[in-house]
Design a protein around this ligand. Structure first.
Ligand code: NAP
Length: 243
């Protein structure tokens, strides 16, 4: 499947996996509308403000993106985050709301608003996580959110069956991006420790997975790609090199 001349919407385009995927899509000849709150950081054909937790923001983003791109072939639902690493009895309503509204409601909302604009032979790609396949400790809201996302994608696949729209989820383990910096609220030492003594997957390697799924023949649907560092077997289990 050639991507040249296609159009795409990428959420969370200001950093990490989203930014890397925008670069690879554009290199493949795709015109991309990227959305995020930090719009000044987005390098796309169209860089637009987007808060996936806000219905009006999503509606305005999609209306403008679809009209300027002239329709949508690819939606990459990538925006997401985790907050904190603590046992659930230390949780609080604000963190729970932010994590669930961003990773779950935000994805449902963007998918619902984009669907009428997605052309036949379109493709929706979701950024999942190994946290949505296997629980790990001190991450209950994020685990719940990514399991929720996986349930939504399975249900959507049933609803869309028979329509020419493909669906893929990429479930990743450790990826070195700003994810841990956000999770630890700007604490650089805590963020660095997540990747200490291990070679994590890069955002570019996740973008390669996205492009692999997009470029299969149209009768082939890659349902799920699970990608982890070789030194990682689950969200909780990582073998680190001695210093
Ligand atoms: P990142 O570098 O922190 O990027 C996250 C992106 O999400 C940013 O562009 C951020 O943009 C955007 N975002 C967050 N909240 C948003 C909101 N309310 N509205 C719009 N955009 C929002 O982290 P990343 O690793 O690339 O994360 C991308 C996705 O991969 C997430 O869904 C994450 O759960 C998933 N993932 C990451 C890892 C990992 O280890 N890094 C592993 C598995 C899955 P703004 O802040 O500018 O809005």
């Amino acid at each position: 499947m050639e991507l040249e001349g296609k159009t795409a919407i990428v959420t969370g385009a200001s950093s990490g996996i989203g930014a890397a995927t925008v670069r690879k899509l554009r290199a493949a000849g795709v015109r991309v509308a990227g959305g995020a709150r930090r719009v000044a950081r987005i390098e796309a054909d169209l860089a637009l403000p987007l808060d996936v937790t806000d219905e009006e923001s999503c509606a305005a983003f999609v209306t403008r993106a679809a009209s300027e791109l002239g329709g949508v072939d690819i939606l990459f639902n990538n925006a997401g985050l985790a907050l904190g690493r603590y046992p659930f009895w230390e949780s609080n309503p604000d963190d729970e709301a932010t994590v669930l509204h961003t990773n779950v409601d935000g994805v449902l909302r963007m998918t619902r608003i984009c669907l009428p604009h997605i052309r036949d032979q379109g493709h929706i790609v979701f950024m999942g996580s190994v946290a949505g396949r296997q629980a790990y400790q001190n991450a209950a809201s994020y685990v719940a959110a990514k399991f929720g996302l996986r349930g939504f994608v399975y249900a959507l696949r049933e609803d869309l069956l028979g329509r020419p729209i493909r669906i893929t989820t990429v479930d990743a383990g450790l990826v070195e991006s700003e994810f841990s910096l956000v999770r630890f609220r700007g604490d650089e030492d805590a963020a660095k420790a997540v990747y200490a003594g291990v070679e994590p997957v890069t955002p570019e390697e996740i973008a390669d997975c996205v492009l692999f799924a997009l470029t299969r023949p149209l009768h082939v649907n890659i349902d799920e790609i699970v990608i982890k560092a070789l030194a990682q077997s689950s969200g909780a289990r990582v073998v680190r090199r001695e210093k």
